[in-house]
Design a binder for this molecule. Structure first.
Ligand code: NOJ
Ligand code: CA
Length: 694
């Protein structure tokens, strides 16, 4: 090794490019030996990786490297200076989660590389191989040859081994609130026209062959491959652009306002590029690879971080009962109305009440691109926050703050400290942030490096005040809730509220795809629990409908993991179905254990979870637009223990379109191994509470 270093420095000294390379190959295997990564350089120094699972090709040889803007050069040909192997087998406990303990078991290989064109730049490529997949990233160590630098593009390839079935949304710089398309890879563009028709928001700034991650792929040979990224910190979000001829995706980072893709200073590293791989779909949903590739909690005392359920002065504005702004004369966030929500939440043991439209600015919040539209500390005159703070305290309920930035993010950053102090002064410890509209004043993108850092700055600043956060309209989550456990959840996908968007909406299959895509990166604020399906309750001419059954809305509390779950509908709509609402009251939002019983992306998802605090289990099942029968064997229950199950299921004639409310509730005893059949209606589902009894 020493000799090689010497030869290198000689070449550098003489300014001679090192053109003749020797080929290298390194192999790394998963702990169980099923997954194999092969890293190779060719005679010109091009570096590539290849992944096989049980002798099936997952990723064919694919290039790794960078185009730099400053210094202006290609960083794609390397000399291998050194290689380091490592392995780990540890267990850690998430603050909140789907399981109480997570095993991090992997083998690692780091290649120390030097640019072969004579710049002297050193790069590390680090691979970790787990039994359930692969993660890799680039690292730029502290060095003389590279200090501040600008990325033009990351050139990471994913050459796929077949024309797989793909669950995808179009590439974008600013939104992920799409319906998923299901096509062969080769049809990604062909279907774009259909997608456009179905979903008028589609117009990818990247082009017709671009998709976002998490991208779920299903191969004809029964392999399941999920492509995403972990620990997206100080870097731009990765989109993928497909070369149809070779079925190869290439990374496409989100640019900043002037087209650059990243500003880094050594030492620096990229996020992990992740491939979750299995021969069963259930194992994809059970994978903890993305969390394992994130850093442990940076918050030392996490005792104040709590899982929560909440209601909101929210849906009534979406469906036109009230309004966010005061000038309309129909202002929903008034003291009396908020008290009604507090009363209802208190009666039902719901922890929080979100209040949107509480602050001045909503007359002019959208489309005018004014920087100072919100100051986050000035309530409307009909909203008496002091009175409500006192009232909520007597009722054991917390108010949840709303900070809609309307894309004016530098304004928000300037005011964040005061805004959080204001919250603390009013006993609030959770905030919903929002980023509707274009990011002003600089025209950054929602998914670019600057905004990705902003979301983290908010989580960190909030933690200083012991405040929990959930963001709407952020970039795709990448497991950072491990590192910032006060960052409870995100929207970052098309949520329940889109049922109310004319011409857009949600299809019955959507919720069965989300666990395989969006949720791979972390909890979603999907806002389940809509009990009223025709959304013309207050505006008769409105034609929008919620495209699920009521039982499916209940099931989502189990199938859609989040430590922060909303009961989305209005108190008056819940009062019509108090027995069904009981499930929302009872269902926990923090778990000891999770079993993915059956899951097929785009068809059905059935999950059982064990309460973190008791021996009780909860099961949720959902289907797409097809009726299906779920067959559950309760082999996860304790032997010798009796359980009382309460089943919330679709009524015999339930149907998402013409009979969504029909549901039946029944009870029965269960033991370890009891089999149970439940029919899910078209667009339906079921929820079961399984209570351990003496
Ligand atoms: C979009 C969010 O997704 C929604 O939940 C919120 O009510 C509106 N923006 C207003 O902030
Ligand atoms: Ca949104």
């Amino acid at each position: 090794m020493k000799k090689l270093r010497f030869a290198l420095s000689l070449a550098l000294f003489t300014g001679m490019p090192l053109l003749s390379q020797s080929q290298t190959t390194d192999v790394l295997e998963s702990p169980d030996g099923h997954l194999q990564v092969r890293l190779a350089t060719d005679t010109e120094g091009h570096l590539s990786y290849e992944v096989n699972y049980k002798d099936l090709a997952v990723i064919r040889p694919s290039r790794l490297g960078f185009l730099l803007e400053k210094p202006h050069m290609r960083l794609q040909r390397f000399l291998v200076l050194d290689r380091q192997n490592a392995s780990a087998d540890t267990t850690w406990e998430p603050v909140l989660g789907e399981v109480a303990r997570i095993r991090n078991h992997h083998n690692e290989l780091a290649l120390e590389l030097q640019d072969a064109t004579g710049s002297g730049i050193r790069v590390m490529v680090r691979f970790r191989v787990f039994d359930d997949g692969v993660g890799f990233r680039y690292e730029f160590p502290d060095q003389e040859a590279l200090d501040h630098f600008i990325i033009k593009e990351e050139v990471t390839e994913f050459a796929l081994a077949g024309d797989h079935k793909a669950f995808w949304i179009p590439g974008d710089y600013d939104t992920n609130e799409y319906l998923y398309n299901t096509t062969r890879l080769s049809d990604i563009a062909a279907l774009d026209a259909v997608a456009r028709e179905r979903d008028i928001a589609i117009s990818s700034p990247i082009g017709d062959n671009a998709v976002q991650t998490p991208l779920m792929l299903v191969a004809d040979n029964g392999l399941y491959i999920n492509v995403h990224e972990a620990a997206l910190v100080n870097y731009s979000t990765m989109n993928l652009v497909l070369d149809k001829a070779t079925l190869t995706f290439r990374s496409h980072l989100v640019p900043d306002a002037v087209g650059n893709k990243g500003y880094l200073q050594t030492p620096a590293h990229t996020p992990w590029r992740t491939l979750v791989i299995s021969d069963t779909p259930e194992a994809i949903l059970a994978s903890k690879l993305i969390l394992n590739l994130n850093e442990p909690s940076q918050i030392e005392d996490t005792s104040w971080i709590r899982p929560q359920k909440f209601m909101g002065v929210w849906w009534e504005m979406h469906i036109g009962k009230g309004s966010w702004d005061l000038a309309s004369g129909n202002h929903a966030a008034n003291t009396e109305n908020v008290k009604k929500y507090i009363d209802f939440a208190s009666e039902h043991g719901i922890d929080g009440v979100l209040v949107e439209g509480w602050n001045e600015g909503w007359e002019d919040w959208f489309g005018n691109w004014k920087e100072d539209v919100f100051d986050f500390v000035t309530p409307y005159p009909d909203y008496d926050l002091d009175e409500l703070t006192a009232y909520a305290a007597t009722k054991g309920v917390s108010l949840i703050m709303h900070h809609e930035t309307s894309g004016s993010v530098t304004n928000y950053e300037r005011r964040m400290d005061r805004a959080f102090q204001y919250m603390k002064a009013h006993g609030m410890h959770t905030v919903k942030t929002g980023y509707v509209g274009k990011i002003i004043p600089r025209g950054e993108h929602h998914d670019g490096q600057w905004m990705n850092n902003h979301y983290i700055r908010v989580a960190r600043k909030a933690a200083e005040y012991q405040i929990m956060v959930e963001a709407h309209e952020p970039s795709h989550p990448t497991g950072l809730h491990r590192t910032y456990p006060n960052w409870l959840a995100n929207e970052a996908a098309r949520g329940n509220e889109f049922n109310n968007a004319p011409a857009l909406g949600i299809t019955p299959e959507h919720q069965t795809i989300l666990p395989f895509t969006r949720l791979m990166g972390g909890p979603m604020d999907f806002t389940p629990g809509l009990f009223h399906f025709k959304l013309n309750q207050f505006v008769p001419e409105r034609t929008t409908v919620v495209r699920t059954t009521l039982a499916k809305q209940l099931a989502l509390y189990v199938t859609m993991y989040s430590p922060l779950q909303m009961a989305g509908d209005l108190p008056e709509n819940y009062r019509k179905h108090p027995e069904a609402f009981r499930f929302i009251v009872d269902v926990p939002v923090n778990w000891q254990d999770t079993r993915i019983l059956e899951a097929v992306s785009g068809e059905q998802v059935i999950i059982a979870r064990k309460d973190k605090e008791s021996e009780d289990w909860y099961v949720g099942g959902i289907t797409d637009e097809q009726e299906r029968t779920a067959r559950i064997t309760f082999d996860f229950l304790n032997k010798g223990q009796s359980y009382m199950a309460t089943l919330y299921k679709d009524g015999p004639k339930a149907h998402w379109d013409h009979n969504p409310e029909a549901h039946t509730i029944e009870t029965r005893m269960l033991r370890h191994g009891t089999p149970l059949k439940v029919t899910m209606a078209e667009g339906g589902g079921f929820a079961i509470k399984v209570k351990a009894v003496k």
